[in-house]
Design a protein around this ligand. Structure first.
Ligand SMILES: C[S@@+](CC[C@H](N)C(=O)[O-])C[C@H]1O[C@@H](n2cnc3c(N)ncnc32)[C@H](O)[C@@H]1O
Length: 354
């Protein structure tokens, strides 16, 4: 486990358990850098670790719900939302007319009727908070609680019934799914109190498609979606669209795909980096955009395209600089039980001459 205490994440592909190893490899190579761009930031663990190590950090992710989490953990240095105020956001305010978007559109899909009502009220109350520090804390605790209450911690299936009818087995955690928002908020407010801190830099979080992110840093960490040979690919959008909807609450109604059983919300859906056929072209674009930076790519040995083809691409983009791969050993992701026998790799483009 990491020497730096890390927030608990239940995010698909989170590098929580690997980040220390990744960092040690970067340090062992003697690479020098003061700033980090975490281009596919996800749960913000790499950004958080970099912040804890005293770097200036830029977090980025295509989804605004993730960027809210990134802003809270990386850009903000404090949490101003206390538990009592968090719980009060579950109650309707007198005189405010509440929309019922989640109750009306997602009944029986992800959460119970009572939870849907709480989500509708909470998100609208959060949006009324003028204090950004509190508003993002409110988003953080709601998104983390919603994730924890879902079977597989995902939103790609219409499977509330699986949670409600669950009667034992290997994959589920019924006790956690049934914890109330009130109870979960207590845990996540404490988490925010513990994990927000000032590292002396002005760090920030962005919300760009990676190919359009113009900010850069001394070291760019690239942890893109990943395709294995053996399975159909479920995109990050498909896994987390519901949270992206909550982060853009008023836009939900005109973005529901009614042809899908799970009523996918199409906000910020993009093919970039989510199709193996075009992955290398998009990666090349990103590498060239950050041509002066050290590039560290997280990848796996059974990926499509292969580790070697990514290494070749880096060499082709940087013919005079050293490119290397590091085998981090076997690793199985918490949310990807079938995939336990793969090796995790780093592909590193240094600024050192060959
Ligand atoms: C493998 S995950 C990153 C995990 C992250 N390093 C962590 O430890 O939690 C890939 C991330 O890329 C984001 N993503 C997918 N397509 C993207 C794009 N075109 N531009 C930017 N981010 C994208 C997804 O939202 C997801 O959070």
């Amino acid at each position: 486990m990491s020497e730096i205490k890390l927030p608990i994440t239940r995010y698909y592909g989170s590098k929580r358990k690997l980040v220390e190893r990744i960092w040690n490899e970067i340090e062992n190579l003697g690479l020098e850098f003061d700033s980090v761009l975490d281009l596919f930031g996800g749960s913000a663990i790499f950004s958080y670790y970099s912040k804890a190590k005293g770097k200036q950090v830029i977090y980025n992710d295509i989804f605004s719900f993730n960027t809210a989490i990134g802003k809270k953990l990386i850009q903000h240095n404090t949490n101003e939302l206390c538990y009592d105020e968090a719980v009060s956001l579950l109650e309707p305010q007198h005189g405010y007319f509440y929309k019922s978007i989640v109750q009306e559109s997602f009944q029986g899909i992800y959460f119970t009727d009572e939870e849907n009502e709480q989500i509708d009220i909470f998100i609208q109350n959060a949006n009324l908070l003028e204090n950004e520090n509190k508003r993002l804390s409110a988003y953080y605790i709601l998104f983390q609680s919603c994730i924890i209450k879902r079977p597989y911690n995902l939103f790609h299936r219409n499977n509330l019934s699986m949670r409600l009818n669950y009667n034992g087995g290997t994959f589920g955690n019924k006790k956690t799914w049934e914890r109330s928002f009130e109870e979960l908020f207590s845990r996540f407010v404490r988490e925010l109190d513990e994990f927000t801190f000032d590292n002396g830099h002005s760090n920030f979080a962005l919300n760009f498609n990676a190919v359009e992110c113009l900010e850069t840093a001394d070291l760019v960490y690239i942890d893109p979606p990943y395709f294995s040979s053996s399975r159909n690919h479920t995109t990050y959008h498909s896994k987390y669209h519901f949270l992206e909807g909550l982060a853009n609450y008023d836009q939900i109604p005109e973005h529901i795909n009614y042809t899908k059983n799970n009523k996918e919300i199409t906000i910020n859906k993009s093919d970039k980096f989510e199709k193996s056929a075009t992955f290398l072209v998009e990666l090349e674009q990103v590498i060239l955009q950050h041509n002066e930076s050290i590039i560290v790519i997280s990848y796996r040995n059974n990926g499509i395209p292969t580790v070697q083809s990514i290494k070749n691409l880096l060499k082709q983009c940087r013919p005079e600089r050293k490119v290397l791969t590091v085998d981090l050993g076997r690793y199985g992701y918490a949310l990807n039980k079938g995939n336990q026998f793969n090796n995790e790799y780093l592909i590193i483009g240094t600024n050192d001459p060959i």
